[in-house]
Design a protein around this ligand. Sequence first.
Ligand code: NOJ
Length: 566
Amino acid sequence: MLRSIAPVSVLLTLLSPFTTAQQKSIDAEGHQWWQHAVFYELYPRSFADSDNNGIGDLNGITSKLDYLKDLGVDALWITPCFPSPQVDFGYDVSDYQNIDPMYGTLADFDKMMGGAKQRDMRIILDFVMNHTSDQHKWFLDSKSSKTAQYRDWYVWRDGKGQNQPPNDWLSTFGHAAWTFDPTTGQWYYHFFYAEQPDLNWRNPAVEKAMFDVTRWWYDRGVSGFRLDAVDTLFEDPKLKDNPILPGTNQYGDPNMDNKYNTKLPEIHGVLQRLRKVADEHDAVLIGETWTKDIAELKNYYGAHGSKELQMPMDLMFMTVDKLSPPEFRRQIATVDSAGGWPVFVISNHDKPRSYNRYGDGQHNDPIAKVMAGLYLTLRGTPIMYYGEEIGMENNDPKRKEDVQDPIGRTGWPKDKGRDGERTPMQWSDSENAGFSTAAPWLPVPPSYKTHNVEEESKDPNSILNFYKNVLALRHKEPALLEGEYIALNESDPNVLSYLRRYKNGAVLVVLNMSSAPQKVSFNLKPQGFGGAKATTLVSTGAPTGEVNLSELSLEPFAVYIGKVSK
Ligand code: NOJ
């Protein structure tokens, strides 16, 4: 009997009828692989269910690699798939070096990795750095006694008095950020749920163990990490109370300025050292950084010659909730001028889907194309969220008892939690959208009948085919990959226009963000393109063929992408 001594990915490579595509890290002009890659965030619980138990799994993902390749995706970011009690659906990790049985096995992981490599796709994982699960063996030991080996791996303190936590800090998921543990009579700190105790990053042993986790996955073939909640790694050692702000939040707690438990400067030392490890493996670090301004963003790239995150996922677009050209212009200008490689994200597993955030209820499909036309053509790397390419919408729970995400129960009805944006991928119009023959862990919205991969593949005007066209263009058009971003017609309140200029060529992008027809005109002589004409590359609701730039007519929510000449 053949004993499996080599990882499955190695065996696959040996046995495969395909040769493993050579994954080039850097092109002839010095661009790194992650600068040209389109990333796709995939929530494993909801993507594809191979064993029909209502919950997605790794073999499900493997079965959809051809779909993803065909769509134009180069790298997958898989949200946590490690063993976990699933209180925060995987963001409470109880073992960093394994796969949750619900999702499969390490052998399934290797198979998925082998399949991705064969298709010249990369995989990055989610690195939950700030906290572990309270069921992680480190925490179980830590709580067992004050002198336990792992005691100092977490943040333990005496209370201020009987039943009084050490200070006023609040969990971002509601109520006190401290939980009392009777075994040792001390409180432990958790920025998120009580089941997610914060690691003590001031302890060098924590850093070493966590960095080793990344090395272990690099050796298994992963190409980088999305770093979860990096802002929260450190706390003020003196535990100063945070300033209280006026009003209360959705959980009924006072509003608070998290001055002493978020964004502490010590974070940057950790990221610089983590980057060294990543560089040894040609890996990318994408940070969940939620920056509020350019100064913060610059620091995450690495200030004063240091290197930190190649791609701080500033999430600035997530704060623009309406189709506002001036607002987008402002955010793009900030990100574009920060001196690093921008990252653009319009949806993720923590925020209502872009289809709902930007949709007006009447023109949601054309608006979804406008948003795709925007973030897939900017200078930088786009990170898609599964289902965005078919216009998936939020399906928020209708009753409190149906809510899965604990914050949806704490905050009900003001905050219904994040279930709505995590529903199963819509593959077809059959039952449960073709995701599973069993009832899925979250229900699909009624729109799955029309918005699904199978139906949209057949319709040349679907959102899916629009994504495919723009992604294909993005992969072959140097100006879209490399070109500088030049804002055009900057006072136009309705139409967002810009040029992507690279060497002798340029691509013009024009997005009508209004529900009224618009006429726009461009003089691109100052930018070096006096031809006054454009050759259409992608057009929806706008002219095709050779276009005169002195008067371009746009239907409501039109997208025009064209090549301009000298
Ligand atoms: C950010 C993740 O995106 C979110 O889903 C999670 O709940 C928190 N970090 C805690 O890990």
